[in-house]
Design a protein around this ligand. Structure first.
Ligand code: SF4
Length: 257
């Protein structure tokens, strides 16, 4: 079963990570658009290539819908902690993402100046200068790093063939440490190939990348819902906590969800 957001503006939902979080889905409401095809993605497999996408909400529609929602929330005394770009895929693939970020900041400042703007992204478009400048305006950039080894990155995240882990790390370095890394730990068998990104070899490689990136926080979690690929197993909380300890021993912050 897949989980898709059926609206452009959704929630607010209570999020353990982001508090009272009002979501913005810049992707279509009926299918996922992403530059990755992660084997664990709650939105299901990537069936439509990003270049064939249609039905993205317009910049004007996003701003109008967001303003309407924020006005309602203000009249109800319902204060968001975060306005969060998430939803059915990778938000930075929206061609008007930089303009939408500007509108969102202006609306946040008008209605709830204390709310944070958060972006959940896979970091695949940070090398694009306009996208990067827009991301740098967010309060929290939460960027994905699920592997320290190239082969594992391709097995788990299934990016386009020419997008390497090294390129993703270069993109993460643009933030100069002002970012949050989120890492999904899983194991199992995919296409008759066993994998496990929690082995000592995998975590050592991942940790060495974290030490270069120097994020302000590392969010560690495992699967909580059904995944599109069969044969994926969740990592127990105790093991996730051991990994978090390993991160904290280096002086970085880590939290398990
Ligand atoms: S990056 Fe996110 S949206 Fe894209 S496939 Fe992976 S989990 Fe799904």
């Amino acid at each position: 079963m897949t989980f898709l957001f059926s609206d452009t503006i959704f929630g607010p939902v209570h999020s353990r990570r982001f508090g009272n979080s009002l979501g913005i889905n810049l992707l279509p409401n009926s299918y996922k658009v992403c530059s990755f095809d992660c084997i664990y993605c709650e939105c299901g497999y990537t069936l439509v290539p990003p270049e064939k996408r249609e039905d993205m909400p317009t910049r004007e529609w996003v701003a109008e819908s967001l303003e309407k929602k924020l006005r309602n929330m203000l009249s109800e005394g319902n204060f968001p902690d975060s306005i969060t770009f998430a939803g059915n895929g990778e938000p930075t693939l929206h061609p008007a993402f930089p303009g939408i970020m500007e509108d969102t900041i202006a609306l946040r400042n008008k209605y709830f100046p204390q709310a944070k703007i958060t972006v959940l992204s896979n970091a695949s478009r940070v090398h694009n200068q306009e996208v990067r400048m827009a991301l740098l305006k967010a309060d929290y950039n939460v960027l994905k790093l699920d592997a320290g080894l190239e082969a594992t990155f391709h097995l788990i995240n299934r990016p386009p063939k020419d997008l390497t882990l090294q390129k993703i790390v270069e993109n993460l370095l643009y933030f100069k440490g002002d970012l949050i890394i989120q890492t999904m730990f899983i194991k199992g068998i995919i296409n008759n190939q066993a994998f496990d990104n929690t082995t000592p070899e995998e975590t050592a490689a991942w940790l060495s990348l974290l030490l270069k990136i120097k994020p302000r926080l590392v969010m560690i979690y495992s699967i909580a819902r059904e995944t599109p690929a069969e044969g994926i197993v969740a990592i127990p909380k105790t093991q996730l906590q051991n990994i978090a300890h390993m991160v904290m021993k280096t002086g970085l912050n880590a939290e398990v969800y």
